[in-house]
Design a protein around this ligand. Structure first.
Ligand SMILES: [Zn+2]
Length: 276
């Protein structure tokens, strides 16, 4: 059943990704070109099939959501490319600079994972969706056995929190500058409840580029996929994900993690969609 839902989801993303490319014919889409040339053939578009997939009652039942149709953001850079991500509740949901989370989306199953964080308070950023939280506990325990002591830095962040933060930056630096260092509300993967920034127990280099040289980063890169996580923004994939290397930002994707991480690809490449 779960496997089936993932397959259906991948099909939908594939189709939506292709639609995205075709809606922006004038703009070069290096991601899809790269994927197309990798496979050596252009995937077929099949409108009838696409409709059938999106209207499939079973799909809606499994994913438990209605695909969002449009985004209300206007007068923003790249607004023509921005879409709401379909199936925000899915474990394999994609959120990036092109696919946004709905403003009113709050995961229904947020819990406090039983792992240490850099802070003691039971606050929003300590929460994750239950499946991801359980996997995180397993991963931290396995790391500990290998002598690697991990701590959480920041996990769930609501749209409202991101909006308040972003608005403060906009007031200070203006919209264009703010968006270079802070996620526009809706575009942060932390809103899914499936992402977490992780550090070593000292908190040194937490969410900073020097984390890349730590033993904790090396352990996560080697082992995180065994627990359903991926390093979401790998080195050298900025043109696809839209983000520089973030060895601390882990994303729970469930049982597709090994397929992604072992092949050295991104979630965008796996789903054959664009991040930019
Ligand atoms: Zn992060």
């Amino acid at each position: 059943m779960y496997k089936f839902s993932i397959n259906v989801l991948i099909t939908i993303f594939l189709i939506l990704g292709l639609m995205g490319c075709n809606n922006n014919k004038s703009q070069k889409d290096s991601t899809s070109q790269e994927i197309t040339s990798e496979k050596g053939k252009t995937p077929k578009r099949d409108n009838k099939n696409q409709q059938n997939n999106l209207q499939n009652k079973n799909t809606k039942k499994i994913l438990g959501n209605t695909p969002a149709k449009k985004i209300t953001k206007k007068n923003k850079t790249n607004s023509s490319k921005i879409k709401l991500t379909p199936y925000p509740e899915s474990i394999a949901v994609v959120v990036n600079k092109r696919y946004y989370m709905p403003a009113n989306y709050v995961p229904k199953d947020l819990v406090y994972p039983n792992v240490p964080f850099l802070f003691k308070e039971k606050v929003e950023k300590r929460k994750m969706r239950s499946e991801a939280a359980r996997a995180l506990e397993k991963m931290f325990a396995a790391a500990k056995k290998d002598g690697i002591y991990l701590k959480g830095v920041s996990a769930y962040r609501s749209y409202k929190t991101q909006q308040a933060l972003f608005n403060r930056y906009v007031k200070r630096d203006g919209y264009e500058k703010a968006r270079t260092y802070s996620a526009v509300p809706g575009s942060s993967e932390h809103q899914t409840g499936l992402a977490i920034d992780v550090s070593g127990s000292s908190g040194k280099c937490a969410a900073a580029s020097c984390f890349a040289n730590t033993k904790e980063a090396a352990w996560l890169k080697k082992n995180s996929q065994k627990y359903g996580f991926i390093i979401r923004y790998p080195k050298g994939k900025e043109s696809i994900t839209g983000y520089k290397y973030e060895p601390w930002h882990l994303r729970y994707v469930g049982n597709i993690s090994s397929n992604i991480q072992n092949r050295g690809i991104t979630l965008e490449e796996y789903l054959r969609i664009s991040g930019l």
